[in-house]
Design a protein around this ligand. Structure first.
Ligand code: SAM
Length: 282
């Protein structure tokens, strides 16, 4: 079954009374080159299990199932149940769980379904929860090799930016704390049905073994980053002083201690600077 064929998709929709939900970010891939490339470059192979978020009609799910030992896919939209029963009927190594990825305990379900097998995550993410899903997966410290996901191009640029540059945001620091991010390839808007208003990119985040800070310092660092970027045009000492309830002069002293000007803005600090700052606070 060719799931990138518009005629096939239309037939599946008509037979099952299905229509796209914009609210659920349902833009399904119809470019036949894209899913095999996500699966290959996402590390799918024998001996490895794959977690997918958001199956749609199963176009990527099938490519993962062809290459991996087992696939667990989480899909929120139960209307897709009869369609997936047909499109995934040839595979006995795929399980679809109908749930909201933001509600489910990912560590628990992966341990239950995959045990200790090496695992990768591959997905064409619903654009409305791109950052929360990426952060949930990284912060849960799942035992995964890599996360290979399609996101809107602007999100890809921000996520893969270098920390300490104008292109970065709070997500850049979080992603580079937990992983080594890189952009794999671009996908234009015509590769989706319906076609969105923006282009996309596939990015791969190779998960790092440990971020290096204690859980307490880690939480503090993320508070500092979030506070700093909540007012990114302002000097960092202002939002930090309210966040950690220290006088501005003391915050300025901390910034100088880590080699930064007291007038620095959040985007002028690298990840290592924020790590040093979290360690410098008593
Ligand atoms: N993988 C398919 C493809 O590439 O054609 C579908 C990708 S589509 C961009 C995103 C999918 O995620 C949709 O099937 C949508 O129903 C599902 N989805 C949206 N929100 C979700 C959530 N909170 N939890 C799980 N799946 C979700």
């Amino acid at each position: 079954m060719e799931l990138t064929n518009i005629g096939t998709i239309k037939r599946l929709f008509e037979e099952n009374g299905f229509s796209f939900s914009k609210a659920l970010g349902q833009n399904f891939l119809i470019n036949p080159a894209v899913c095999p490339e996500i699966a290959e470059r996402g590390g799918c192979r024998k001996g490895v299990c794959a977690l997918e978020i958001g199956t749609g009609v199963g176009v990527l799910t099938r490519e993962l199932a062809l290459r991996c030992d087992k696939v667990l896919a989480i899909e929120i939209d139960e209307r897709l149940k009869p369609i997936l029963a047909e499109t995934l009927a040839d595979f006995d190594n795929v399980e679809v769980v109908f749930a909201d990825v933001m509600e489910i305990d990912l560590a628990e379900i992966l341990a239950e379904k995959f045990g200790n097998s090496p695992t990768v995550v591959c997905a064409n993410l619903p654009y409305y929860i791109t950052s929360p899903v990426i952060m949930k997966i990284l912060e849960s410290r799942l035992s995964i090799e890599a996360l290979t996901v399609m996101v809107q191009r602007e999100a890809a640029e921000r996520i893969c930016a270098k920390t300490g540059t104008r292109e970065c945001g709070a997500i850049t620091y979080a992603v580079s704390y937990f992983s080594e991010p890189k952009t794999l390839f671009r996908v234009n808007r015509g590769s989706f049905l319906p076609s969105p208003n923006v282009d996309s990119s596939v990015i791969r985040l190779d998960v790092k073994p440990s971020g290096g800070l204690s859980p307490e310092r880690e939480r503090l660092m993320f508070r500092l980053i979030r506070a700093g970027f909540s007012q990114r045009r302002k000097q960092l000492q202002n939002p930090l002083s309210s966040e950690i309830k220290l006088p501005k002069a003391e915050v300025a002293g901390l910034l100088e201690k880590i080699g930064k000007k007291p007038t620095a803005r959040a985007e002028e600090l690298t990840l290592d600077d924020f790590i040093a700052l979290a360690n410098a606070i008593n």
